[in-house]
Ligand binder design. Structure first.
Ligand code: CMC
Length: 420
């Protein structure tokens, strides 16, 4: 097999080297194209362009496959643990018990905010969009942790990752409490990561939030499923900002801004707004689908379609199951779930969606789960950001590549078999 591709332009022939991805997604290396031929390439939206090589995440959009560091998502379903997945994404391998415990301790020790940071919350109007608050406050962290503006080694990366992953949930919970005029809850050092987030969100000075195992598993799974998705809009933003040498806080604050848009992370809010509008009788599901197909209308079926997937988004399939199970165990019915199912059913049979290969994406069912947990709609994209943070950190740290060169599909070894 030749290791080059040939380009013929104005009678001249140019040899362009090939780069081989481990999962068969090979690429033509055009780094010298302009020097050799004077040509540049044109690919708005980068649909045909690998911006980097990466070992973090593999997606096969045609087949609906998503793997983190070679591990399929469904393997992570059985004992969902967001912190374990975060470590794996950032450092490349499933953590040992010692690594996990060191990182968890670091998460616990860094959950609190500097008291001076709390004054910043008071400066925002109560009605401030939580994504604006989150982006600003992540940026503000760089003022309070100047020791992490330049990193020297992997130990420091682990320390700053723990700080950021820990504090982001405190920032998110405080943004929520502030918007309602409620007192902030200090983090509880006896609680692990996700439980502590729920406590900071929902405990009251007069009533401790009671943590339900099903809710915990569902929220862990939501965070895991959002944890990375290779070179999407926000991750590319984090890498782009980081490529200037900008620190992790500044890079991730930019990632939050990129995530905010309704065609990216903001779609999870838009889905619930769409389902609520249908529920409130503004429109039937059939009318809504007709409007989403109408080229004279700007309406889209939110939570449908994906830049990469031309098949089922595997995250949507898992989240649909999680939402159904959670509501059943909680003994609740959510009319929005029935509407979502009906929309899905109509769309999957409709030639418009079939021909364009539009399927439910990660945002289609996530909101139903977050609603059941009691998280308000305007916080949904913030939850996405908390989940995506390990992915941003992993890419910021890797900062080199994305022709997938990571592990081929590999097995998930349960924790007990890894000696813990
Ligand atoms: N409803 C109706 N039509 C759609 C939809 C939709 N949700 N998505 C795509 N189309 C149509 C679009 O109008 C176009 O039709 P035509 O060829 O006749 O002009 C065709 O499908 C291709 O659309 P596109 O915008 O070129 O496709 P894309 O791959 O660039 O866009 C997308 C991907 C996610 C922006 C788009 O599908 C969309 O807007 N979906 C709704 C918003 C959404 O759910 N976003 C969440 C994405 S997943 C979470 C994340 O990663 O953040």
């Amino acid at each position: 097999m030749s290791d080059t591709a040939k380009l013929i332009y104005k009678g001249a022939e140019y040899e362009l080297p090939l780069i081989y991805g481990t999962e068969g997604d090979d690429a033509i290396d055009i780094r010298n194209l302009r020097n050799q031929s004077g040509l540049i390439t044109f690919d708005p939206g980068l649909g045909n362009t690998g911006s980097c090589q990466s070992e973090v995440t593999f997606i096969d959009g045609e087949k609906g496959i998503l793997r983190y560091r070679g591990i399929s998502l469904d393997a992570l379903e059985h004992h969902p643990n967001f912190v374990e997945v975060a470590l794996m994404l950032i450092f490349g391998e499933l953590p040992s018990k010692a690594q996990y415990e060191r990182f968890s301790t670091s998460l616990t020790n860094n959950a609190n905010l500097d008291e001076d940071m709390k004054h910043h919350f008071a400066g925002f109007p109560r009605s401030a969009p939580p994504m604006a608050v989150l982006s600003a406050m992540i940026s503000t962290l760089s003022c309070f942790h100047p020791e992490f503006l330049e990193l020297e080694d992997a130990t420091q990366v682990e320390r700053v990752a723990a700080r950021l992953i820990s504090k982001v949930r405190t920032l998110a919970a405080y943004a929520y409490r502030r918007s309602l005029g409620l007192p902030y809850n200090y983090p509880d050092p006896s609680l692990p990561y996700v439980s502590n987030f729920l406590h900071m969100m929902f405990s009251e000075p007069y009533r401790q939030y009671s943590i339900d195992d099903e809710v915990l598993a569902a929220l862990n799974m939501v965070l895991i499923l959002h944890a990375d998705h290779e070179q999407n809009c926000s991750t590319s933003t984090v890498r782009m900002v980081g490529s200037s040498g900008a620190n992790l806080f500044a890079s991730c604050a930019a990632g939050v801004s990129a995530l905010w848009g309704p065609l990216h992370g903001g779609a999870n809010m838009a889905v619930i707004e769409m389902l609520e509008a249908i529920h409130n009788g503004n429109m039937t599901t059939e009318e809504y689908v007709a409007l989403a197909k109408d080229k004279d209308s700007p309406v889209r079926l939110m939570g449908f379609g994906h830049r990469v997937y031309r098949n089922f988004d595997p995250r949507a399939t898992i989240l649909r199951e999680v939402s159904e199970k959670l509501l059943e165990r909680m003994g609740r019915k959510d009319p929005l779930l029935s509407i979502a199912r009906k929309l899905e059913e109509i769309a999957l049979k409709d030639s418009y969606f079939i021909e364009r290969k539009l399927y439910p994406n990660v945002d289609f069912y996530s909101g139903i789960i977050l609603r059941a947990i009691g998280i308000p709609t305007n916080m949904f994209t913030v939850i996405f950001a908390i989940g995506r943070l390990p992915g941003w950190i992993a890419h910021w740290y890797e900062q080199k590549r994305q022709v997938y060169t990571g592990n081929k599909q590999s097995a998930y070894t349960v924790r007990t078999k890894r000696g813990w």
